[in-house]
Unconditional design. Structure first.
Length: 315
């Protein structure tokens, strides 16, 4: 039995539904159970997630957590929601569960998860993969990490609940977040990195493929270069960090997968909506492209597997 955990706000319920649809579609052969933590969710959204599970023969349980538990925790970016901290309470809220696979809602599951689930984390608090975004020495120093310490991305995370209970992990992470909010950028991810060095295991990058792997930045790929092409062509889990695939200004080469699973989940095609903010972003993209073309400021290239080993502009 694969036990899945995700956090969701009411606004993100539709994206949670799309993510779970991709998981269910690609894991029909595996027994699964799903837990969704939220501080607030409408009856309509709760029913929608539960019915989705019933459609695939999987129990989806929504657990509403008292938001008072989170009142002193820091959030610095608009795209972070206080609900991101809820997974820290998983070991206490799910006392009968020994192991969980946590997945962010801005993810598309593109493969069978059995091999990931079977990774042995007996002696570790959790397992995750490197985060290339926050690898600069100054960022690590701000979190009181050493330059050689590993900073991980927790959007996909195998959690050893027994280890968390026996070592009071949640309280350690929460205490750090409460007292070091001014140093944190990525909410509980920063706190987990700062407090759990030496207590986590790394798994292959193919299980958490975020946009950086499609950028033409070879200096960041020293750990993954031998399998970089395979990661790009056959990502097992796609993580849409930064610009989300439901925005019309998203340039991610695999954003069409969100539309694919949205259509399956909702029974209707996904239509991108333009608004004032997206128009402003389009203007900014044009400006970036012009600056890049003129050589004034460089912007990244993005690999697109639909074009034969080519790169296209990401502005």
């Amino acid at each position: 039995m694969i036990s899945i955990l995700c956090n969701s706000s009411n606004e993100y319920a539709i994206h949670c539904k799309v993510m779970l649809t991709s998981l269910f579609e690609n894991n029909k052969q595996n027994d699964k159970e799903v837990y969704v933590f939220s501080t607030s969710m409408s009856d309509e959204n709760i029913k929608g997630l539960e019915l989705l599970g019933q459609r695939y023969g999987t129990k989806v349980q929504i657990i509403i957590v008292d938001s008072q538990k989170l009142q002193f925790l820091p959030i610095h970016f608009a795209y972070h929601n206080i609900a991101c901290y809820l997974r820290l309470f998983a070991a206490d809220l799910l006392p009968g569960i020994n192991k969980l696979l946590y997945l962010d809602c801005d993810i598309i599951v593109n493969s069978d998860l059995k091999a990931l689930w079977d990774i042995d984390i007996t002696d570790y608090a959790f397992a995750a993969t490197h985060d290339l975004t926050y690898c600069e020495p100054n960022f690590k120093k701000n979190l009181q990490l050493e330059e050689n310490d590993t900073y991980i991305n927790t959007g996909v995370m195998l959690i050893n609940c027994d280890y968390w209970r026996n070592n009071n992990v949640a309280q350690k992470v929460l205490d750090y977040a409460i007292h070091n909010g001014d140093k944190m950028i990525a909410a509980d991810q920063d706190a987990l990195n700062a407090t759990m060095q030496g207590s986590f295991k790394l798994f292959s990058e193919e299980w958490n493929v975020y946009p950086d792997y499609f950028y033409e930045k070879p200096n960041l790929y020293t750990n993954v270069y031998p399998i970089l092409d395979e990661i790009r062509r056959n990502p097992k889990i796609i993580h849409f960090l930064y610009v989300k695939p439901w925005f019309n200004y998203c340039n991610h080469p695999l954003r069409y997968l969100y539309g694919k699973y949205y259509a399956i989940a909702e029974g209707k095609p996904f239509i991108l909506k333009r608004n004032k903010e997206s128009i402003k972003r389009d203007i900014a993209r044009l400006k970036h492209c012009l600056l890049d073309f003129m050589g004034i400021k460089y912007y990244y290239h993005v690999y697109d597997k639909r074009f034969d080993n080519s790169f296209r502009r990401f502005c």
